[in-house]
Design a protein around this ligand. Structure first.
Ligand code: NAD
Length: 466
């Protein structure tokens, strides 16, 4: 289904009807109970694995069309990432679905207590454009593993990937339980009007609030994977060459259009010059003399976002890069020095290839800089000092923390991924995703053979005194 047909009220109604029809189909599929079956879940995960393996070339082509992603980057951050996720899930699924025994207090003896992970029901997944495959299919892996029916709504801003997802999913997966609807705001609004058991949304804060409001109408639970300004702190004891290499890797992958990319760097003054020189040298090393035209460097998703990024450069000190190519929708890796705290670039999530470098005299001055911002999705710290590491990890709230690297924590499926405060709520990847899309049902089972009457009325005086 495409949104070109939504120009008239009549067509809007038709689309709303189609959304409702798919929703009803998923609900009745769920009611058959087939998704509860472990073998069904495994068969669907295997089918998704086959899809990714067989169709990897066309998926890489689509990602190149949408974001100029080179094949290696598409593999590492999207297709390969998903294959690892599926492998990990299939390996552990049998143990995740097992009832989890817990102890039972003396007052409830004889009896036993356990927790069952039961499927939530029908799950709506709304994806974002920056990793348009991974951000739709990773929640889908968790939804299938947990035994749900799921509707995927990829981002309309990555149209080639969105169209391919819609074409391929029904070819490989059980379409009565796992469906795709393409579209933008209008279709998503129609979908949000339905009574989902859970809504899994990835994207910006403004729409996150719309999703949460819609979910409140039906008391649907939500996962909100949002963004924010992820800081990167560089303390004087850090190995500056390795720090620069890892910052360049994390910042300019996908042209900075990554929710956990370092948004800005805060560095101690005594190592600032060395860091800036090392970052410039690393940009040359990784992307060559003309980075924006490197085959390994992506493009900005569209001209609207390119204009937004250009506007951040007004009135700030650019110390490297800044070149913009409107025809190819690219912006070179750009360094900005000490922008004012109230400048747009320090108020908004950059989500592009510009890196502000903020200098502070010492470590303790860094905390007010980062605490002036809402809680970030990720926090990066480069240091060899254990006490600095412990202090920052304890004192700064963030979705995730990574010491002496950027983004690598995403490769560990045993680490839950999600935000806190304005960077989101709920978490996924690995078992965290399975639990997020399950209801952890508490069960207590008692015996008849011993029934001490002390808790029943009438309450005699001696019982009260006890
Ligand atoms: P986007 O424009 O692709 O929008 C996200 C989804 O919301 C799309 O599917 C879109 O169709 C839908 N949508 C847009 N407007 C809507 C409306 N008015 N009503 C209902 N639905 C609507 O993506 P975006 O918002 O530009 O994404 C970028 C943001 O996402 C950044 O803040 C980034 O940090 C964040 N992000 C977070 C994660 C994460 O895992 N936490 C991952 C990627 C991106």
């Amino acid at each position: 289904m495409s949104e070109s047909s939504t120009s008239s009220g009549e067509h809007l109604q038709e689309n709303a009807g189609q959304c409702a029809a798919v929703y009803e189909q998923l609900k009745s599929s769920f009611d058959t109970g087939k998704t509860f079956d472990l073998s069904w879940r495994k068969s669907q995960l295997d089918a998704l694995k086959r899809l990714l393996e067989n169709e990897s070339e066309s998926l890489q082509d689509a990602l190149y069309k949408d974001l100029g992603k080179c094949k290696t980057e598409s593999w590492v951050s999207e297709i390969g990432f998903l294959l690892n996720d599926i492998k990990h899930t299939v390996k552990h699924l049998k143990s995740w679905v097992k009832p989890r025994k817990v102890s039972t207090p003396l007052a409830a003896q004889p009896g036993k207590s356990y927790i069952i992970a039961e499927p939530l029901g029908t799950v709506l997944v709304i994806g974002a454009w920056n990793y348009p495959l991974q951000l739709v299919l990773a929640p889908c892996v968790a939804a299938i593993a947990a035994g749900n029916c799921v509707l995927l709504k990829p981002s309309e801003l990555a149209p080639a990937t969105s169209a391919l997802i819609q074409k391929l999913i029904p070819r490989y997966l059980d379409n009565s339980a796992i469906a795709v609807i393409e579209g933008g705001k209008a279709i998503t609004t129609d979908l949000l009007a339905l009574s989902w058991d859970h809504i899994f949304y990835t994207g910006g804060e403004t729409v996150g609030k719309i999703v949460m409001q819609a979910a409140a109408q039906h008391l649907s639970s939500v996962t909100l994977e949002l963004g924010g300004k992820s800081p990167c702190l560089v303390e004087r004891s850090a190995d500056i060459a390795v720090t620069a290499r890892r910052i360049v890797w994390g910042k300019w992958m996908n042209c900075g259009q990554t929710c956990v990319a370092p948004d800005y760097v805060v560095v101690e003054a005594c190592v600032k010059d060395a860091l800036v020189q090392a970052i410039k040298a690393e940009i040359r090393e990784q992307y060559g003399k003309s980075p924006a035209s490197s085959e390994d460097y992506g493009k900005i998703i569209n001209t609207r976002h390119l204009q937004r990024l250009e506007s951040y450069l007004e009135g700030v000190t650019v110390i490297s890069g800044g070149q913009v190519d409107h025809e190819n929708c690219t912006m070179a890796p750009t360094l900005v020095e000490n922008p004012a705290a109230d400048s747009a670039i320090m108020r908004e999530e950059i989500f592009g290839p510009i890196l502000p470098i903020i200098t502070t005299t010492q470590l303790s001055d860094m905390l007010p800089v980062i605490k002036a911002q809402p809680k970030p999705l990720a926090l990066y710290l480069f240091t060899t000092s254990k006490s600095v590491e412990q202090r920052i990890v304890r004192q700064v709230s963030a979705g995730s923390v990574c010491i002496n690297d950027t983004m690598m924590f995403m490769t560990n499926p045993d680490l839950p991924f999600g935000g806190v405060g304005a960077s989101g709520m709920g978490r996924y990847h690995g078992k965290a995703g399975f639990d997020e899309l399950s209801h952890l049902k508490a069960v207590m089972s008692r015996k008849f053979w011993m029934d001490i009457k002390v808790r029943y009325a009438p309450f005699s005086n001696w019982k009260l005194a006890a």
